[in-house]
Design a protein around this ligand. Sequence first.
Ligand code: G1P
Length: 291
Amino acid sequence: MKPKVRKAIIPAAGLGTRFLPVTKTVSKEMIPIIDKPMIHYIVEEAIQSGVEDIVLITSRHKEDLERYFDYNYELEDRLMKAGKVELAEGIKKIAESCNIICVYQKEPAGLGHAVGCARSVVGQDPFAVLLGDDLIDSKVPCTRQLIDVYNEQGMSVVGVMEVPLSDTSKYGIVGGDLIGPKTLRVKTMVEKPKAEEAPSRFAIPGRYVVDASIFDFIAETKPGKGGEIQFTDALLKLAHSKGLLAYQFDGDRYDTGDRLGYLNATLTFGLRRPELREGIIQLMEHHLRKS
Ligand code: G1P
């Protein structure tokens, strides 16, 4: 029987240049959607998918990320003494709900390289990869959907969504044969192709479940697009040797690495909060009247 997927890697070593100037001193993953940092949502998705150990690939400049997943005794104690029990328990919960292991990526050498940094922590076990710029809102967490496919089909799998041809140059794009209503057997993968070079419109928005053999393929992967060790290139090697599936997950994806995508996520999640909903609608009506 295949080992269960209990580990996840979250690459979070990037500089966050698209969000400068704030990312000069604040990690991009710590930028909040309402009052929770983006990374919190990603970690929650992993936990709700059955993950117990999370390897956070980070860098020496991003200690705010590590601290977020630690206890803050002083603050918890103050909140408890002030009778704010719910708040105190709330901030403690994320630190309690999984093991976070931080590994430094010492040089910015690409996503494939970042994932490879977790090799000695992950060992021989299969694992999920969740990218922090992609928030996926779904009934069944996206990573859980992929783990289910991995368990049923016994093969590594990437999550895909259809994008317009004009957007293929933003993503890793897969090509292959449909073997089920939502599943492709991957034959080819290209990192950020131009529309005319894209093998399909199926894009990977940063969700993967792979077995540990990917580490050997990463080690063999030469720098590709942008001179970086691309995860996409290593996955193609895995596809050719052991097989790889692409699964069209159910859910809405928000590109929180993009300013408008970030605002969209903020509005969507805000409108869902009963205490904020009415206020947000009034604000929007106000601005629409004014413009
Ligand atoms: C990375 C991956 C790409 C993937 C994308 C999803 O690119 O290399 O294959 O489709 O994330 O967000 P990045 O956007 O980090 O350049």
